[in-house]
Write a protein that binds this ligand. Structure first.
Ligand code: NAD
Ligand code: DAU
Length: 327
């Protein structure tokens, strides 16, 4: 698999070690978002970590020759970064995916592509519709457009070359080991270091939250039983606006619910994401285990409280970058 030292990828590795007998090789470049500590302590006979770039065709070819199934998580993943420096998003998300597809094509290997609900653009707050597998692509940011491009490459490689691939598009994940640049960890760690949380604009934007472990169980199910060439949307009916989530973080951490700052909004900020995961549930019998967001969030807060050594080295530089952007 790729990107196993990042947030969702590392949760997937832990999930596989805990719930299967699979042996995993992680290919990760260890960008600013990759963290060795996220894979520390895992059994050496089950998990091998290779430091390398998914754009490096030689490394990719060598590893894929020895692999049964490739699950591709690696990406440049943060919208705000893509607005300031899009180039790495094109390299990793587009050229990286192309490099992997060519290798799985050469070696005839099964491939699963991890993608995002952001490829569908955004919805109005009062729209009764949610995203489905039939929603037209309409990405807004450099990040989401490169993810959309990578999905389309996968579809083309399936149709043109018969690559044995599936795609999943998931909503916003939360849980342990998420980089402090992202919304929920940024606010939790701001409170832990004595800074005020930062809300973009009025905070009415809606995200559809799912626990990272539920994302992992869905991906495993698709790898085991998904139909080749198909796309599956992954979501857990977790729609909440940012203000609600922030107030919940504050009260969970014993702070007044209004102890935060409004900061400049993200340019082109998508208003609402919402996933209809009926296909995954009906066809593959998948169900999320984390039904209670408040409990999942409280456990996430506890994780950041107990793992300061994991996030503290990234915190100052991340906040310095946000300060430059007025955020
Ligand atoms: P992340 O930024 O936390 O981790 C990305 C990982 O990829 C890091 O370990 C990084 O070192 C690695 N990486 C980056 N460029 C690389 C390259 N060129 N070669 C090898 N490794 C490289 O990202 P995340 O939030 O865990 O997201 C993982 C995947 O899930 C991405 O494909 C993302 O688009 C998708 N996704 C994320 C969410 C979310 O809520 N975070 C939701 C849906 C889908
Ligand atoms: O929907 C799936 C996507 O979710 C993934 O594809 C992306 O990789 C992942 O980063 C995430 O994208 P978002 O842009 O939704 O996540 P982020 O954590 O950056 O922001 C969540 C919301 O919170 C968004 O509306 C912006 C807002 N926000 C973010 C930060 C960092 C704030 O209000 N304040 C902040 O400080």
């Amino acid at each position: 698999m790729t990107g196993g030292a990042g947030f969702i990828g590392s949760n997937f590795v832990h999930y596989l070690v805990d719930n299967t007998d699979d042996v995993v090789t992680v290919l990760d470049k260890f960008t600013y978002a990759g963290n060795e500590a996220s894979l520390a302590g895992l059994p050496e006979d089950r998990v091998t970590v290779v430091r390398g770039d998914i754009c490096d065709a030689e490394v990719v070819d060598r590893l894929i020759a020895d692999t049964d199934v490739v699950v591709h998580y690696a990406a440049e993943s943060h919208n705000d970064n893509s607005l300031h420096d899009p180039r790495p998003f094109l390299d990793t998300n587009i050229v990286g995916t192309y490099t992997l597809l060519e290798a799985v094509r050469r070696h005839g290997k099964r491939y699963h592509h991890i993608s995002t609900d952001e490829v569908y653009g955004d919805l109005e707050l009062d729209d009764p519709e949610r995203f489905t597998e039939r929603t037209p692509y309409n990405p807004s940011s450099p990040y989401s457009s490169t993810k959309a491009g990578s999905d389309l490459l996968v579809r083309a490689w399936v149709r043109s070359f018969g690559v044995q691939a599936t795609i999943s598009n998931c909503s916003n994940n939360y849980g342990p080991r998420q980089h402090v640049e992202k919304f929920i960890p940024r606010q939790i760690t701001n409170i832990l270091v004595g800074d005020r949380p930062k809300l973009y604009g009025e905070g009415l934007n809606v995200r559809d939250w799912i626990h990272a472990d539920d994302h992992s169980s869905a991906v495993l199910r698709i790898v085991e039983a998904g139909r080749i060439g198909e796309t599956y949307l992954i979501g857990a009916d977790g729609e909440k606006n940012n203000k609600e989530v922030l107030e919940l973080i504050l009260t969970t951490m014993g702070q007044p619910a209004d102890a935060y700052d409004h900061v400049v909004d993200r340019p082109g900020h998508d208003l609402r994401y919402a996933i209809d995961s009926a296909k995954l549930r009906d066809e593959l019998g998948w169900l999320p285990a984390f039904q209670d967001f408040e409990r999942g969030l409280a456990a996430t807060v506890d994780w950041y409280r107990e793992n300061e050594a994991w996030w503290q080295p990234q915190k100052a530089a991340t906040e310095a970058k946000y300060r430059e952007q007025g955020q």
